[in-house]
Design a protein around this ligand. Structure first.
Ligand SMILES: *Cc1c(COP(=O)(O)O)cnc(C)c1O
Length: 463
């Protein structure tokens, strides 16, 4: 039997073919050669492992295949998405979008050198997080502050610095898991501190903490159960009482508040999110929260609290492994600055903008978009419906935010076909599927994206 592989065109033959020859103008010669080798290689593998005859494509067909393979590989993997899920802090979609002011601040320092660890007045080496320390203290009432890569890092570092080599006491009702890979008991173990669980899942009393305090105790910790709620016969110790107990025994109280609101979100109908300044007021020694949840800034972990504890945390060797760079710090600084004027923050910080949009506004937008989408051939009906948006995948499921959506019933195409086409269009659109309908939640679609959204729908099955 003749070896079908002998009919494969050679690399040099393919490189001379018109489609690939043309490509060398837009991508490098090495990229084209790499593409030719990869596609040829996988074709060879397929032919030699095939149990029946495989048609060997002609040189021209093969060149076309390789050209489109290279084109696809030149596309970035990280692309913009229109978030129509209604989940405001969607971790899979990059959590909080940044304010324009934050992006401008990144732009200012990204391409050149900057004063990251350099005090321009004295010409001496400076403190990296200096630029945001004062703002964080001003906005939260804390004595001192520092910033690391995310709240998981903030927790691990704080536990290592204040609890390492000893025990940290936590209520059994607060041993949270967030997003699968974050589990407080495991974070604690990795930090070098020993977890001392007290109380029961539904009830923990002050005396449970008190009874557990001993020689080995280094700190008391409270964790905000961001993504679940124990209801019924429950009891948790208040932060104030925990602080009193800590003082009595000379132990610091660490408060992991999770989302870390800088303002009271009750104004948006979100009432269960702890406010960072309230924890400081209640006397917590160290308060931990994320920068990209309710702060609405870049991914980072914010640590605020008493000077002596923050100093200890910053001296810990893990601090260096978790530090943030100039892009994060400039974006955080610009975001925090917006909070100095709440009206300005509501206009500029995207998550505050989304939460403060009046319901009637969402209704009008969903109505307008529905009318345009309903005209499309694969749509049986599209209509505005009132529903509930959510703060975040990792926030309380009971915290529902009123919203308006466009509810779409397809015809000729399935829901799956449409949502797949939406996800792979440009820009990509991620929607919510509920009760056999595709819902586009206007709470998380920015007004500037409305036209794009209709455009994506109109071109969905065009090519
Ligand atoms: C989200 C969350 C974390 C993890 O924060 P990241 O910034 O995602 O690392 C830790 N603790 C609580 C209570 C949280 O809600």
């Amino acid at each position: 039997m003749p070896n079908p592989l002998r009919n494969l065109p050679s690399v040099s033959q393919l490189l001379e073919s018109p489609p690939l020859k043309k490509m060398v103008d837009t991508v490098s010669h090495n990229t084209v050669v790499g593409g030719v080798r990869t596609v040829l290689g996988s074709l060879r593998d397929r032919v030699s492992s095939a149990t029946e005859d495989i048609n060997i494509p002609s040189a021209n067909e093969l060149a076309e295949t390789i050209a489109s393979w290279i084109k696809k590989n030149q596309q970035p993997v990280l692309v913009p998405v229109i978030n129509a899920t209604g989940v405001i802090l969607h971790t899979g979609l990059g959590r909080s979008p940044l304010a324009k002011e934050a992006v401008d601040a990144i732009n200012e320092v990204a391409m050149g050198y900057c004063s990251l660890e350099f005090d321009l007045e004295s010409g001496q080496r400076g403190q990296r997080v200096h630029c945001v320390q004062q703002l964080l203290c001003e906005l939260t009432g804390a004595e001192a502050a520092t910033v690391v890569n995310n709240n998981a890092a903030a927790t691990m570092l704080t536990l290592g610095a204040l609890g390492g080599g000893g025990e940290v006491i936590v209520s059994r009702g607060q041993l949270i898991e967030i997003g699968g890979s974050y589990r407080l008991p495991e974070v604690m173990e990795t930090s070098g501190a020993k977890l001392r669980e007290v109380g029961a899942t539904n009830k923990t009393h002050l005396r449970d903490y008190e009874d557990a305090i001993g020689e080995e105790t280094r700190a008391l910790m409270r964790v905000h159960p961001s993504n679940f709620k124990i209801v019924g016969f429950t009891k948790e110790v208040s932060l104030e009482d925990l602080v009193k107990l800590g003082r009595k025994h000379g132990l610091p109280v660490i408060d992991d508040i999770g989302s870390g609101a800088l303002i009271d979100f009750a104004r948006y109908g979100v009432s269960e999110e702890p406010i960072s300044s309230a924890s400081i007021d209640a006397g917590a020694d160290v308060v931990l929260f994320s920068g990209d949840k309710l702060v609405g800034g870049p991914q980072c972990g914010i640590i605020i609290g008493k000077k002596k504890y923050i100093a200890r945390i910053m001296k810990h060797p893990m601090m260096r492994a978790m530090r943030v760079g100039k892009l994060t710090l400039s974006a955080l600084w610009a975001t925090l600055r917006l909070y100095q004027d709440l009206d300005k923050a509501e206009l500029s910080v995207p998550i505050l903008q989304m939460l403060s949009t009046p319901l009637e506004n969402l209704h009008l937008r969903s109505d307008k978009i529905a009318k345009q989408i309903e005209l499309l051939p694969f749509v049986e009906s599209a209509e505005p419906v009132q529903d509930h948006a959510m703060l975040g995948g990792g926030s309380l499921p009971t915290e529902k935010i009123d919203t308006w959506c466009v509810a779409i019933t397809p015809q000729e195409k399935t829901i799956e076909q449409i949502t797949t086409a939406l996800r792979t269009s440009s820009p990509a659109v991620v929607a919510r599927v509920q009760k056999e309908k595709i819902l586009l939640d206007m709470r998380t679609v920015q007004p500037s994206e409305d036209l794009k959204l209709v455009d994506v729908f109109s071109n969905l099955f065009e090519s």
